[in-house]
Design a protein around this ligand. Sequence first.
Ligand code: FAD
Length: 439
Amino acid sequence: MNEVSVIGAGLAGCEAAYILASHKIPVKLYEMKPKKFSKAHKSPLFGELVCSNSFKSKNKDTASGMLKLEMQLLNSLVLKIANLSAVEAGQALAVDRNLFSKELTRNIKSCKYITIVNEEVKSIPKGYVIIATGPLTSDAFMASIEKIINCSNLYFYDAIAPILYGDSINLNGSYGAFYSSRYAPNQKDYLNCPMNEEQYDLFYKSIVNAELAKLHSFDKPKIYEGCMPIEVMAKRGKDTMRFGPLKPVGIKRPETNERYYAVVQLRKENLVGSFFNMVGFQTNLKYGEQKRIFRQIPALKDAEFLRYGSMHKNIFINSPALLNENLSLKGFENIYFAGQITGVEGYLESAACGMLAGYFLKNKIKGVRFTPLPETSIMASLIKYITNKANSTNFQPMSSNFGLLPMPYPPIKSKKEKHKMLSERGVKDLKEYINSNGI
Ligand SMILES: Cc1cc2nc3c(=O)[nH]c(=O)nc-3n(C[C@H](O)[C@H](O)[C@H](O)COP(=O)(O)OP(=O)(O)OC[C@H]3O[C@@H](n4cnc5c(N)ncnc54)[C@H](O)[C@@H]3O)c2cc1C
């Protein structure tokens, strides 16, 4: 029988299971929640977004915008539901995370060819398998993966940002929070918490001297640049935060046109705006220190925390050494890997990787010869990077970016024009691939 065991009902596992099921291939989808939770997962639902609620830019001339267009062409379930549960976030696609996971779970559970098994998988099942257990794969299962990959794993840490109760944010006075978007004062996508120079100096001094939470049982953390804790950023120099998440450029109070020295931005966590995420404030400060220091931001002087920021384990395998280009494991071609555990980085990247693992395995089961996706496609270039192009001696996670794509010849000088061209070219080539190969 050609039944497939998909392990992990995160973004990657759900996409992989959905693709297989839509081709009438029976799937057993294993998920250890709600019996067992990792330290970051809290919800019993599938496709839980453990940190930010953003799927990044919708602009089609950015790498994430291009990835969205490609995923749409391949009928991504995750993207469809993300669009249906979107909250206002300017150029970004951000979602009401609870609504998103609820709808994803409902859609997956209603698939005729998918059987849900709520248990922790501790050893790799026989037959066709897709391993999509994510960056927080359970220890027992990791140990059994380690046995067959016969190589030591790589560990590093990711940090998550605090979430605040909306009604505890101060909206009054000239340092109260105000709604506006960068360069678009009338758009109400972000709640901005302004500071003058004196307030920023005090905040900066507090943060560089703050006490950190203890990290145990792991080696020295390796910080991923894209998810750098705010205190690590602050220690790089007094103004570093003002060129990062506290950048004041383009933000002014709509009623008075007042500009500020530094601005902390808050983004809605849910449609009604009862919770807000502190954008770029992933942190490993002790909880008490977060409360004390973040309350020094005038608009957050009475802020109540729904969740404090924290740092977590993140696991990925050495894909360039271990995986074939179709995401199957070298020497064990019935076993596929998908999602963040392969070393792709990001929500949509993980979902896209799950789609491709499902698609490649579906073809194998149906006896269709492997035809690589066009290398101008951003999904394909990402998978090619992690399985083939990256250096296996110092492999680091990768998110979608234009640097992965073959550059146009003759070169295009304007960055904007080049990105537009790369995006249009990749999407067109993928359309042609789908027309000739189906999906
Ligand atoms: C702390 C943290 C913060 C992050 N923040 C962001 C962010 O802000 N933006 C971003 O784009 N990406 C972020 N990431 C990366 C993010 O995890 C991935 O982008 C995405 O969630 C990975 O999807 P996935 O499907 O591969 O894994 P997950 O979404 O983690 O799904 C894996 C699933 O497998 C289940 N599972 C694990 N082990 C077993 C087992 N043995 N048996 C059965 N089920 C099992 C888990 O319960 C989980 O439901 C963060 C990661 C971490 C760890």
